[in-house]
Design a protein around this ligand. Sequence first.
Ligand code: NAD
Length: 353
Amino acid sequence: MKATIAVLSGDGIGPEVTSQAINVLQKIASKHGHDFTFNEAPMGGIAIDQFGDSCPDSTIRTCEQSDAILLGAVGGPKWSDPAAPVRPEQGLLKVRKHFELFANLRPVKTYPVLASHVPLRPEFLDGVDMLFVRELTGGLYFGPRQDQGDGDTAYDTELYTVPEVDRVAHVAFRAAQARRKKVASIDKANVMASSRLWRRTVIKAHEDYPEVELEHVLADAMSMYLITRPASFDVIIASNMFGDILSDEASVLAGSLGMSPSASLGSSKFGLYEPIHGSAPDIAGQGKANPTGTILSTAMLLRYSLGLEAEAQAIEQAVEATLASGARTADIATRGSSYISTTEFAQTVLSNL
Ligand code: NAD
């Protein structure tokens, strides 16, 4: 298969982790007879420095000419003044909006060998394997808002339409069909009108998937269940804000922020793939970044944008074998024991492929 991948490495540890992920994709291409082209484009703080814009039009064009986007991370202290006219994160929102990437998929898995890095007792972690599907382009983060400027009044609005909820609900149900066939839908239907619309739209979409079990869980209760019974969840669907908060809570179960991948999808196969962590300026340039989240994001890219399931699984198995062999970056090393660099860890993944 021939495919073109736009690479937006971004800032901080972004370039360190994306370069390793590209090596993994190149090895997959040579082993399985594919032909992948990588087109790098500026994004985030470095794009502000070069073009005064966190996501210049040339970057959008590079993405438009690609089958998928691989992103590292954006941001850092140099560009973090809240009063600055352009901020690195705006580029990310621009890409999500431009390509209507309305569904954010975040798998959360616990690796038994990393159990000591998770602040829960090991018996709670057995079998944790869930997939968050977060609505990404609507809700509270995009609804009407106002800051009166008098310092006295401000508001944000949770606004959802049936089509917005329906399309992301179908993504969740389809994902559940390929997994353990369970969906938990998160809302606050006891107090919020937008949540009542959310719930009835999810119930309607569920009619097309009778083999999938659906439960409704209030967001506040879910924040407890993620700690008390995380292994009971399969696919979890949530609004933009609830999904943002709860998926970050759940990511702790993977042992380190550096472990988790994500995919942002729209209604076609095109998608944006990135680790869930930020640019980690505190460790940038030190060879301490864990590349696992980005490497696992390439597995999601192969699965969802290119339809290469066997190759995706090969990457996931190579990561598991690497962890099982005892290879550890600094963030997942046991306190006081030795660890290897970003490049050495990625080399071990490559040799396990
Ligand atoms: P962060 O995720 O960058 O870092 C939080 C902590 O986790 C740090 O101690 C960091 O060293 C560690 N960490 C993160 N990724 C790691 C990895 N792969 N391996 C090992 N350790 C890792 O979050 P932050 O410090 O709050 O934010 C730093 C910058 O990143 C900010 O400018 C923020 O706006 C930006 N950010 C960007 C994104 C994105 O690009 N999608 C997401 C979150 C934060």
